[in-house]
Design a protein around this ligand. Structure first.
Ligand code: IPE
Ligand code: IPE
Ligand code: MG
Length: 251
C-alpha cells in the first residue's frame, strides 16, 4: 500500500515490528520516576496502534517486555505488569472498534495470573477481528522461542510423526510462536540503541531495520511516517544484484 507523505511516497510494510525503548530515560531526563516513562510509553503505544491500523498495516508486533526484563527491580516489574493489565482492560473497546485481533508471544505462563486472565479474555473477545493483528511480545526472548521450537521438532521426530527431511525453513517457522504470520518486513527501534535485544531473531532475517534516537514516549505518527518514507527508499535485494531487482521485489 502507498500513501503520500508531504509529497514523498510512503510504502507501508505488511508487518511492522517495534522495539519500544527509552521510557526510563525519558522519565529520568525529566527527574521523574521511571514508571512515569512507562505510563507515557503506553499512551504512545495506543497512538501508534491506531495510526498503524489507519494506514492499513496487516500485522503490528510490539516488544513490550523481554525475558531479560524480569531481572529489573521488583517494583518496576510489578508496576509494568499492572500497567499492562490496565492498558488491556482499557483498550478492549479500541481493539473492537478498529477490528484489531490481539495475539501474544512469549513465556506467558510467567506473567501474573491476573494479566494472563486479561490477555486470554482480550484474545477471545477480539478473535474474529480481521483488519489488523496486534501481537504483544511479553516475557519474550527469541532464543527461548527457538529452543522451544527445536525441542518440539525433536519430540515429533523421536515419535516418528515428522521426518528429518521435512524439517525445512517453512516447517521450522511453523513451530515458532509466530506461526502463520509473515515475517516482519520492517523493524523500528527507538531510543538510539543499535541492537536487537533478543527479539524475533529468526523472523527478522531479512527485515529492513530502522534505528531512531527518539525516545519511545516521544515517538509520534509523524515519526512513524518518516520511518515509512525511509522504508520506501530501501531496495530489498534478498541477495540479488541491484540490476536483478529493477522490477522491484519489495512486496
Ligand atoms: C522500554 O523502555 C520498555 C521496557 C523495556 C519495558 P526502557 O525501560 O528500557 O527505557 P530505558 O532504555 O531504560 O530508557
Ligand atoms: C528491549 O529493551 C526490550 C523491550 C523494549 C521490551 P531493553 O531496554 O530491555 O533492552 P536492552 O537492555 O537495552 O538491550
Ligand atoms: Mg531500554
Amino acid at each position: 500500500m502507498h500513501f503520500e507523505n508531504g509529497g514523498a511516497e510512503m510504502r507501508i510494510p505488511r508487518h511492522l515490528a517495534i522495539i519500544m525503548d527509552g521510557n526510563g530515560r525519558w522519565a529520568e531526563q525529566r527527574g521523574l520516576p521511571r514508571i512515569l516513562g512507562h505510563h507515557h510509553g503506553v499512551e504512545t503505544a495506543k497512538v501508534i496502534i491506531e495510526e498503524s491500523r489507519r494506514l492499513g498495516l496487516s500485522y503490528l508486533t510490539l516488544y513490550a517486555f523481554s525475558s531479560e526484563n524480569w531481572g529489573r527491580p521488583e517494583e518496576e516489574v510489578d508496576s509494568l505488569m499492572s500497567l499492562l493489565n490496565t492498558f488491556l482492560e482499557r483498550e478492549l473497546e479500541t481493539l473492537l472498534t478498529h477490528r484489531i485481533r490481539l495475539n501474544v508471544i512469549g513465556a506467558i505462563h510467567r506473567l501474573p495470573e491476573a494479566v494472563q486472565h486479561t490477555l486470554i479474555g482480550t484474545m477471545e473477545r477480539t478473535a474474529n477481528n480481521r483488519d489488523m493483528v496486534l501481537t504483544l511480545a511479553l516475557s519474550y526472548g527469541a532464543r527461548d522461542e527457538i529452543l522451544g521450537a527445536v525441542k518440539a521438532i525433536a519430540g515429533e521426530v523421536a515419535v516418528g510423526r515428522l521426518g528429518l527431511d521435512a524439517v525445512d525453513e517453512e516447517c521450522f517457522s511453523g513451530f515458532l510462536q509466530t506461526a502463520g504470520m509473515p515475517d516482519p518486513d520492517f523493524l523500528i527501534r527507538t531510543s538510539g540503541e543499535i541492537r536487537i535485544s533478543n527479539f524475533l531473531l529468526w523472523q527478522l532475517a531479512y527485515a529492513e531495520i530502522y534505528f531512531t534516537p527518539v525516545l519511545w514516549p516521544d515517538f509520534s505518527p509523524t515519526h512513524l511516517h518518516e520511518a515509512f518514507t525511509e522504508f520506501s527508499r530501501r531496495q530489498r535485494r534478498y541477495g540479488l544484484t541491484a540490476d536483478q531487482c529493477q522490477d522491484d521485489v519489495t512486496d
